[in-house]
Write a protein that binds this ligand. Structure first.
Ligand SMILES: Cc1cc2nc3c(=O)[nH]c(=O)nc-3n(C[C@H](O)[C@H](O)[C@H](O)COP(=O)(O)OP(=O)(O)OC[C@H]3O[C@@H](n4cnc5c(N)ncnc54)[C@H](O)[C@@H]3O)c2cc1C
Length: 536
């Protein structure tokens, strides 16, 4: 039996596993990903990626490719309440949960792109950056000890091999065998309903005319479900429910039955339908009670199963991976203590619980069963995805200002540690530069007018701790490398004159100097903050 070794082994190569491999490769962490299917997903499950996810993709050089792959979907809207695609409108609602009004908050936009189109882009970029992706390979079993994880794999030809890694990331989906092997229970409202997604080929053009939809809710005597079509107008997915308690099962969905349902959803008896595949899935609100056990970390649906009604599952899983990758990188290269990895669960599990609940609330809203209390508790998608405010974790909390809740309004983010670093457009050599584009691999210290001494402080801290740390001084007048012609950044980040703010590699604010410290104290203050953040 052959044996390989790597720093991180990733089980599962769908959206979250591929994102984990990509983000780790971006941080130069050697990793092996194993996916039991021979290639990326053939099912177009997730179709919407919120601007925060697009920002993460931007950081690793995938946003442009994703935007261009999504260009065919730009005019697609969602529609609730029609008899069929060709039929009567029961109640009219056309919307695009776009975030197009967010130009002041983010340089990125909502991406409408089926999962089976995004995954190959993640795969290509991850491989380009050096990640080792083994498709057709299953993780069969694993053991862990104080120094690492040993896994048994089964390859495409059925041969077994072993891999030794420092850490295992389980991105193996809602039925995660890794989570089950660890005996980690899940909490939540459980499975709410069972569904099957039917992928099919059909000619949508005659019935659609000029209309384009990402999601259409249909309801008639034959079918109640959700219809999705792609930008070629030749491929679609129909999502329908079934109820085992009423004696229904997956076996009921023969090709003939699926084609009948599709024709009823399209509203045409004559359209030719080719059923390609069926994908069963559960609508569930379930969150793992622990996101880590020793050297094994859970990410994506393995950690939290979220009703897809709000479109949060993949977005949350990709954000998990982004949170985890820099922490693994710094622990593995010795810059951080292993305690930094404890903050993964500390930060992401509350988000998992909150987001799973928000998915359920969206379900109640859309099925028109929400109580007044539930309506009041439902946050908008931008708050859910961009306003995440960690209650505790790898940052120096400003306790005197009150503990952070789980979310803040992303429109009023103010640079508080534990929240996303606000977006401000600066200038470098006369060209616009988004603050977001300063973050990605290293810690970044931003100082403003009167903050000349922070460069020396950063040298002291970086020298003492061996941390990769960039320093930028931002001034109004433009005679420095970075200027702030709109005079926004200091207010946006809540940094006093002569103060500074430290941003983590994942674009989350880590620490702020509350006051303009004397130059002689800045190095010690920054070093102490970094020590806490890095668990040293
Ligand atoms: C109909 C539908 C629509 C959705 N729409 C949206 C949306 O618009 N936006 C959104 O954010 N989310 C959406 N979601 C949710 C989203 O699809 C999931 O959250 C996302 O796919 C989770 O990704 P994952 O990689 O964690 O898990 P999965 O996609 O479940 O992938 C797990 C992978 O691990 C592999 N695997 C499992 N065990 C092993 C093993 N032992 N060895 C090797 N490989 C293994 C599996 O083959 C699989 O490829 C939707 C979901 C559904 C069902």
């Amino acid at each position: 039996m052959s044996t390989s070794s790597t720093r991180v082994l990733i089980a599962g190569g769908s959206l979250v596993g591929l994102s984990t491999a990509l983000f780790l490769a971006h941080h130069n962490v050697p990793c092996i990903l194993v996916e039991r299917h021979p290639g990326t997903s053939i099912h177009p499950r997730a179709v919407g990626y919120y601007p925060r996810t697009a920002e993460l993709l931007r950081t690793v050089g995938v946003e442009e490719a994703a935007k261009s792959a999504a260009s065919g979907f730009e005019k697609h809207t969602t529609r609730a309440g029609v008899v069929s695609l060709a039929g009567e409108v029961l109640f009219s609602k056309e919307e695009l949960a776009g975030g197009d009004d967010l130009a002041d908050l983010t340089p990125s936009k909502l991406l409408l792109l089926p999962q089976d189109r995004l995954e190959p882009l993640l795969r290509a970029r991850a491989e380009k950056l050096g990640a080792d992706l083994w498709f057709g390979t299953e993780l069969v079993s694993f053991t862990q000890d104080d120094d690492g994880v040993s896994a048994v794999l089964k390859g495409p030809d059925g041969d077994q091999s072993t891999v030794r890694a420092d850490y295992l990331v389980a991105a193996d989906g809602p039925r995660s065998t890794v989570r089950e092997a660890l005996g980690i229970p899940r909490q939540g409202r459980g499975v709410l309903s069972r569904h099957v997604s039917i992928a099919f080929g059909a000619d949508f053009a005659p019935v659609l005319g000029e209309r384009r939809y990402s999601v259409v809710h249909v309801k008639n005597d034959t079918v109640t479900g959700i219809l999705v079509h792609d930008d070629t107008l030749t491929e679609g997915t129909l999502i329908v429910g079934y109820d085992p308690e009423r004696g229904e099962s997956l076996d009921d969905f023969t090709d003939a039955r699926c084609a009948e349902l599709v024709r009823a959803a399209i509203g045409s008896d004559t359209v030719e339908v080719t059923v390609r595949s069926r994908f069963p899935w559960d609508m569930a609100e379930l969150v793992a009670e622990r996101f880590a056990e020793g050297r094994v970390l859970l990410a994506g649906d393995a950690a939290h199963q979220i009703p897809p009604t709000g479109g949060y599952g993949a977005n949350t899983g990709i954000a998990d991976a982004f949170n985890l990758a820099w922490k693994l990188a710094l622990v593995l290269n010795g810059t951080a203590g292993a305690g930094l990895l404890d903050t993964y669960e500390q930060e992401r599990r509350p988000v998992g619980l909150y987001t799973a609940r928000q998915g359920s609330l969206q379900l109640a809203l859309r099925s028109q069963t929400a109580t007044a209390q539930e309506r009041a508790a439902t946050d908008d998608a931008m708050t859910v995805t961009m306003g995440q405010a960690y209650p505790a974790g790898a940052f120096v909390a400003e306790k005197e200002a009150g503990a952070l809740g789980l979310t803040s309004d992303p429109r009023t983010l103010s640079g508080r540690p534990g929240t996303r670093a606000p977006y401000v457009v600066l200038e470098r050599d006369g060209a616009p530069l988004a603050t977001l584009d300063l973050f990605g691999t290293r810690f970044v210290l931003l100082a403003g007018e009167g903050g000349q001494s922070w460069a020396a402080a950063a040298r002291t801290a970086a020298g003492q701790l061996g941390v990769a740390l960039d320093v930028h001084r931002i001034t109004a007048d433009g005679d420095q490398q970075l200027s702030d012609p709109q005079g926004r950044w200091a207010d946006a980040y809540g940094v006093p004159a002569g103060g500074a703010v430290l941003v983590r590699p994942d674009g989350i604010v880590a620490w702020r100097s509350a006051d303009a410290l004397p130059a002689g104290e800045q190095g010690a203050a920054l070093t102490s903050a970094l020590r806490r953040i890095l668990a040293r």
